[in-house]
Design a binder for this molecule. Structure first.
Ligand code: AMP
Length: 233
């Protein structure tokens, strides 16, 4: 099945061939049509299944459909558990948004806050944030979430494991009730189901994860490396 059959426009599909995406993965084939209809989604999907494009492409499609690259306030929000994942997701969204003028930024701890404030002031469409740093910006009133139209909670189970439920509750109380919410998690525990009940409305449930702990497309290797070389490696 080609990507066009999922309801994505040619503009959104245009960068995919260069990225080597010929056909949608399972989670993409199931998530994208539901999300394009405006439905909330609760998906069980692991790293390596193509989950980033599964939530990224419908987000890009929705935000690029109206005047974009012009608004000052962000309209898309992606929450992830760690700084490393935020950087990876931002990179992926940047590549996937090549057919549009959408601007993507990361809002993560471990780096100075002022450059993030300046990027926000210049205007941005999608913010990829870790909960802690987003709360810092909310406390400083440097971000306003009232313009957010679509939220993704990626690796929601890890966010809960890391104790981020209170900040997530605060963030989700500040985005408009009318927003669309996509929640992705490697596991669907009782806690995740409860969070989904609180944060999503009548979500389409998608379950593509195989029974193994790790997706079959992922190979694990261990590299011993000093902390300061970790990201470069
Ligand atoms: P993710 O699960 O989002 O971390 O994606 C895992 C890897 O699969 C990434 O390297 C993606 O670039 C790649 N990928 C995602 N979707 C597709 C697709 N439809 N075809 C080929 N590769 C893909």
């Amino acid at each position: 099945m080609p990507f066009a059959a999922l309801g994505l426009s040619p503009r959104t599909i245009s960068p995919l061939a260069r990225l080597g995406y010929e056909t949608p993965t399972d989670v993409q084939a199931q998530t994208i049509p539901a999300a394009l209809q405006g439905r909330d989604v609760l998906a069980r999907a692991q790293t390596g299944t193509g989950k980033t494009a599964a939530f990224g492409l419908p987000m890009i499609e929705r935000l690029a459909a109206v005047a974009h690259g012009q608004s000052i306030a962000p309209r898309g929000l992606v929450l992830v558990p760690t700084r490393e994942l935020a950087l990876q997701v931002k990179e992926a969204l940047f590549e996937l948004a090549q057919g549009t003028r959408l601007r993507v930024m990361t809002m993560v701890g471990g780096e100075p806050i002022m450059p993030q404030v300046r990027t926000l002031r210049r205007g941005v469409d999608i913010v990829v944030a870790t909960p802690g740093r987003l709360i810092d910006h909310l406390d400083r009133k440097t971000i306003d979430l009232r313009t957010i139209e679509i939220v993704t909670l990626d690796e929601a189970d890890r966010m809960l494991d890391m104790g981020f439920l209170p900040p997530l509750k605060r963030v989700m109380s500040l985005v408009p009730a009318s927003r669309q919410t996509l929640l992705l998690s490697a596991t669907l525990s009782k806690e995740i189901i409860a969070a989904a009940r609180a944060f999503t409305k009548d979500p389409v449930r998608i379950d593509v994860a195989p029974e193994h702990v790790v997706a079959s497309t992922v190979v694990h290797r261990v590299f011993a490396v000093p902390q300061e070389h970790k990201r470069d490696l």
